[in-house]
Write a protein that binds this ligand. Structure first.
Ligand code: NDP
Ligand code: MG
Length: 400
C-alpha cells in the first residue's frame, strides 16, 4: 500500500490522479490532499477519500471547508491553511509518494520539500523545475527521493529511455546510452492554422479549447502560445541532463506520439497512446509495474494520419523566448516563467490581448536575463521582482 499526498488535488491532474487511485483501492491510500480555493470540490474529495489531512492554502477557504465538514460530522479530517502547511504536508513522514500537481511557481517549495524528505515525487508541476533548475536537480541528487515525470512528453521520453538511464533522472549522460536526440512533440494548439492577422482577437475561451487535451486554464493558454513547449524544453533539459541542441521540437497535431528518443543507430523509440493524462499518471504511480488506468485502448484502425512538421517560431514567439532563455541561463528562465504566469492570468482576465502575452514576457526577460541565481532565496526574489515588473509592463500597454 502506497500512502499518497496529492498537491493540487482539485485540478485537472489532481482529479485524474484520484481517478486512477479510485480504481486501485488495494494499492493506494490517500493520506493528504491540497487545494487553493475550491472548497466544494475539496469537500467532495474529503467525502470520497477520507484523507487524514487537507490543506486549503487560502485561510478563509480553509475555515469554510472546516465548517462544512463539521456540519456533516467529518470531525476526523484535519484542515490546515497557508503555504507552510503545504510544505509540511509534502514532507510528512507518513507519506511515501507526492503528486506535485499545483500549477505555477507556487508548487516550488512543497515539491522541493518532498524531494528533501526522500519521497517518490511524481512531477506534473513543470514550473517548479523551470524556475529553479540546477538547485532542484542538486536537491534531488543529494536526496534519496525518486523523481518520475508526469508531463506526457517527459513521461514518454522516460519510457523510451534504456533502463540504466531511467534510474539516472537529472544526471544521466545520453551519449553513454547511444542517444542522439530527444524529439519533443507538441500539437501546436488550437491556433496552428489560424491566420496571424486574427491572433489579436483570440479570446480566453478559444485559447482554452485545446483540440486534444482537457487541462487547467493556465496550461491550456500556454499550449496555445506554445510557451508550454518552451517550458517543457527547459524541463527536459534538466530531467534528462541535455543541451538545448539535443532537443528538437516536432509539431504532431494528432497528439498520438507523446515524444520520442532517437538513437545513433537510426532507431527511434516512441511512446504513443490516447491523449489522456491517466496513462502517464498510472505509469508513474505504479512504476516499474503497470496498472490499469481507465484509458481506452488505442484504436489503430481509427487513426487517420500521423503528421510531423517543425514549429514556426514566428507564429509562436513564446516558444522562441523559452529557447532563448534556456540558452541564456537560470535568471532568464525564472524571470520568463514568472512573467508568463502574470501575463497569462491577465489574458484570462481579459486585461491584455493574446498577442501581448509575448510582449510582456519579452520585456521581463530582457530586463532580468542575466540575474545570477545561486540559492532558492535568489529564485524567490527574482520570481517576485519579475512579477512586479510584468504587472507594471501590463499597465503601460494600451487597454484592450
Ligand atoms: P489546474 O489549474 O487544473 O489545477 C491546479 C491545482 O493547483 C488546483 O488544485 C488548485 O487549487 C491548485 N492551486 C492553484 N493555485 C495555487 C496556489 N497558489 N497554491 C497552491 N495550490 C494552488 O492545473 P492543472 O492540473 O492543469 O496543472 C497542474 C500542473 O500540472 C501544472 O504545472 C501544469 O503545467 C502541469 N501539467 C498539467 C497537464 C494537464 O493535462 N492538466 C499536463 C502536463 C502537465 P484550486 O482548485 O483550489 O484553485
Ligand atoms: Mg506536456
Amino acid at each position: 500500500m502506497q500512502n499518497l499526498c496529492v498537491l493540487g488535488a482539485t485540478g485537472s491532474i489532481g482529479l485524474s490522479t484520484l481517478d486512477v487511485v479510485r480504481r486501485h483501492p488495494d494499492k493506494y491510500n490517500i493520506v493528504s490532499l491540497s487545494a487553493h480555493t475550491r472548497v466544494d470540490a475539496m469537500y467532495d474529495l474529503c467525502v470520497e477519500f477520507s484523507p487524514k489531512t487537507v490543506v486549503m492554502v487560502d485561510e478563509y477557504c480553509a475555515e469554510q471547508l472546516k465548517l462544512k465538514l463539521i456540519a456533516q460530522d467529518y470531525h476526523h479530517i484535519e484542515v490546515l491553511a497557508g503555504t507552510q502547511a503545504l510544505t509540511d504536508l509534502a514532507s510528512c513522514p507518513s507519506i511515501d509518494t507526492v503528486m506535485a500537481a499545483i500549477v505555477g511557481a507556487s508548487g516550488l517549495l512543497p515539491t522541493l520539500a518532498a524531494i528533501k524528505a526522500d519521497k517518490r515525487v511524481l512531477l506534473a508541476n513543470k514550473e517548479s523545475l523551470v524556475t529553479s533548475g540546477q538547485i532542484f536537480i542538486d536537491a534531488l541528487t543529494a536526496s534519496k527521493a525518486e523523481l518520475l515525470p508526469i508531463d506526457s512528453e517527459h513521461n514518454a521520453i522516460f519510457q523510451s529511455l534504456p533502463l540504466g538511464m531511467q534510474s539516472k533522472v537529472g544526471h544521466g549522460n545520453i551519449a553513454d546510452y547511444g542517444i542522439s536526440k530527444i524529439l519533443l512533440t507538441g500539437s501546436g494548439g488550437p491556433f496552428r492554422e489560424t491566420p496571424l492577422t486574427e491572433f489579436d482577437d483570440i479570446t480566453p475561451d478559444q485559447a482554452c479549447a485545446h483540440p486534444n487535451w482537457d487541462m487547467g486554464r493556465k496550461i491550456s493558454v500556454d499550449s496555445a502560445t506554445m510557451m508550454n513547449k518552451g517550458l517543457e524544453l527547459i524541463e527536459a533539459k534538466w530531467l534528462f541532463n541535455l543541451a538545448v541542441d539535443d532537443i528538437q521540437v516536432v509539431l504532431h497535431p494528432q497528439s498520438t506520439i507523446h515524444s520520442m528518443v532517437q538513437y545513433v543507430d537510426g532507431s527511434v523509440i516512441a511512446q504513443m497512446g490516447n491523449p489522456d493524462m491517466r496513462t502517464p499518471i498510472a505509469h508513474a504511480l505504479s512504476y516499474p509495474q503497470r496498472i490499469e488506468s481507465g484509458v481506452q485502448p488505442f484504436d489503430f484502425f481509427n487513426c487517420k494520419n500521423f503528421e510531423f512538421s517543425p514549429a514556426d517560431l514566428n507564429r509562436y514567439p513564446n516558444l522562441k523566448l523559452a529557447i532563448d532563455a534556456c540558452r541564456q541561463g537560470q535568471g532568464a528562465c525564472t524571470a520568463l516563467n514568472a512573467a508568463n504566469e502574470i501575463a497569462v492570468a491577465a489574458f484570462l482576465n481579459t486585461e491584455i490581448k493574446f498577442t501581448e502575452i509575448s510582449v510582456v514576457n519579452e520585456a521581463v526577460m530582457k530586463h532580468f536575463y542575466d540575474v545570477e541565481i545561486a540559492t532558492i532565496d535568489d529564485v524567490i526574489k527574482l520570481d517576485s521582482d519579475a512579477r512586479t515588473f510584468a504587472k507594471n509592463t501590463i499597465k503601460t500597454l494600451d487597454v484592450t
